[in-house]
Design a protein around this ligand. Structure first.
Ligand code: 3SL
Length: 240
C-alpha cells in the first residue's frame, strides 16, 4: 500500500504553501481554542460556530446566540465568555449552538475550511485523533494556529505528536523539515509537557493572567475521546 503524507505547517500564514495537497487538515491551538472546543462538545454543546472577527461575533450576539470572544488571552468586553475550557462545562450550555472568536484558533479553522475535511485537534483528544486518522488512509496536514502568524511551541509539539504516531503506524511518511523538527520537539517534550513548555511565550502570557488551571487542563493529554469536525461552518462531533 502506498504511504500517505502527514506534514506539519507552523502558522496559518504558511498554509498557502501546503494547501490543496491534503484531504484532511487538523487545526491545532493547544492553548486554548481547540482544547476549549473539545471541552465544549464533550460537555454537550451541540455546535461551535467559529468566527474570525469581533464584528461577526457581535452579529451573532445580536441574533441571540451565546458568544465567546477572546483577544490577547482576555475575554472581550460585552461577550458571554472567553476561551477557557472551563467556561464550556456549564450545564446551561448543553444542547446549545454557541459562537466563538479567538485571536488565532478560530481564524486558522476558517482559513482551512476549503479542505475536504477539517478536524479539531489538541493534546486533550490526541489519541482519539490519531486512531481516527490511521483508519482514514488519507493525506493529513497538521495546521498549527501559532500566535499572530508566528511559530509557537505548544501547537508544533502537538503536530509532532500526531505526525510521529501516524508515521509509527507504518502507513504514513513525511518530507518537510517542519515535520521533522516538530517530531524532535515532541520527543523532547512528551514526558513533561508542563515542564517543557514553561518558557513558551503563550504559556507565560496565560500565567500572567492567572490562567494556570487552564494551562494544566490543556496540557493534559487524552482526557477527551471525541473528534470535533467542521461541517457547513459549524464544529460538531464527528460520528466515527
Ligand atoms: O489564539 C487563540 O485562538 C487563543 O487560543 C488564545 S488564548 O489562549 O485564548 O489566549
Amino acid at each position: 500500500m502506498e504511504k500517505k503524507m502527514v506534514e506539519v505547517c507552523y502558522t496559518p500564514k504558511d498554509y498557502e504553501y501546503f494547501k490543496g495537497r491534503f484531504e484532511i487538515v487538523v487545526v491545532i491551538d493547544v492553548l486554548r481554542a481547540t482544547s476549549a472546543i473539545c471541552s465544549a462538545l464533550n460537555n454537550g454543546v451541540s455546535a461551535v460556530i467559529p468566527v474570525s472577527t469581533i464584528d461577526e461575533a457581535k452579529t451573532y450576539q445580536e441574533k441571540g446566540y451565546l458568544v465567546g470572544a477572546e483577544r490577547q488571552g482576555e475575554i472581550v468586553e460585552g461577550f458571554d465568555f472567553g476561551n477557557s475550557p472551563y467556561s464550556y462545562m456549564k450545564p446551561e450550555l448543553k444542547g446549545k449552538e454557541i459562537v466563538l472568536s479567538t485571536t488565532n484558533g478560530t481564524r486558522a479553522i476558517n482559513i482551512a475550511q476549503e479542505a475536504d475535511q477539517v478536524i479539531i485537534g489538541s493534546l486533550v483528544n490526541l489519541e482519539a485523533i490519531t486512531n481516527y486518522l490511521i483508519r482514514q488512509n488519507k493525506n493529513v496536514l497538521c495546521l498549527c494556529s501559532g500566535w499572530k502568524d508566528k511559530f509557537n511551541l505548544e501547537d508544533t509539539i502537538c503536530g509532532g505528536a500526531i505526525s510521529e504516531t501516524l508515521i509509527n503506524s507504518g502507513n504514513f511518511s513525511s518530507d518537510e523539515d517542519s515535520s521533522v523538527a516538530a517530531k524532535y520537539l515532541y520527543m523532547s517534550a512528551k514526558d513533561n509537557y508542563m515542564g517543557f513548555l514553561k518558557s513558551s511565550s503563550h504559556r507565560r502570557r496565560l500565567k500572567r493572567l492567572n490562567l494556570n488551571k487552564d494551562i494544566k487542563y490543556c496540557l493534559t493529554p487524552n482526557q477527551i475521546d471525541l473528534i470535533p469536525t467542521l461541517q457547513n461552518g459549524k464544529i460538531v462531533k464527528l460520528n466515527n
